[in-house]
Design a protein around this ligand. Structure first.
Ligand code: HEC
Length: 139
């Protein structure tokens, strides 16, 4: 081997080792309690033709609220949404959940799900939030 080849080989080894270390540490940092689906970029891209139900899947709502939004140990059931919400308030809530923190029901949720935070969906098209609201209110 020439000197140049030796350097090249050394660089390759260093690169591969760094890559492997990067991957190994990344896995360890993944919080086990928070489902990964909602953190991934691809799931944030919303299909224009999706209906409310599909959006709850694409946006990862089901990863906390359960496959049929029946509630899990991470988040409450969304079966009774229509008893508690008007459409406009519900859309506002999805955009900014923390603004409802003082509400009695939400104080209960804070105690029950202390490590999970309902994300704010203020980066999602209001039209899509409307579809989700309609779907939740129609159940
Ligand atoms: C990271 C987990 C998580 C994700 C993802 C999530 N939520 Fe939530 N959600 C919660 C938690 C926890 C609460 C309880 C309220 C609180 O703690 O502030 C909640 C509360 C709610 C409520 C209020 C329930 C009530 O009784 O009024 C609605 C409505 C709701 N979520 C809808 C959604 C929708 C729609 C999506 C997807 C677009 C979604 N959530 C995604 C965790 C999540």
């Amino acid at each position: 081997m020439t000197n140049a080849q030796k350097w090249l080989a050394a660089f390759l080894v260093v690169f591969v080792v760094l890559f492997l270390i990067g991957r190994a540490t990344k896995k360890e940092e993944t919080p086990s309690q928070i489902p990964m689906g909602m953190l991934s970029e691809t799931e944030q891209s919303v299909n224009e033709n999706a209906d409310g139900k599909t959006l709850t899947v694409q946006l990862g709502c089901i990863s906390c609220h359960g496959e049929n939004l029946e509630g899990t140990k991470l988040a409450p059931s969304l079966e009774f949404v229509k008893n508690n919400w008007m459409r406009d308030n519900l859309i506002n809530y999805l955009r900014n959940p923390s603004s409802y923190a003082g509400d009695k029901r939400f104080e209960g949720y804070r105690a029950k799900y202390p490590n999970v935070i309902m994300p704010s969906y203020n980066n999602i098209d209001v039209k899509d939030l409307g579809k989700i609201a309609d779907y939740l209110l129609s159940r």
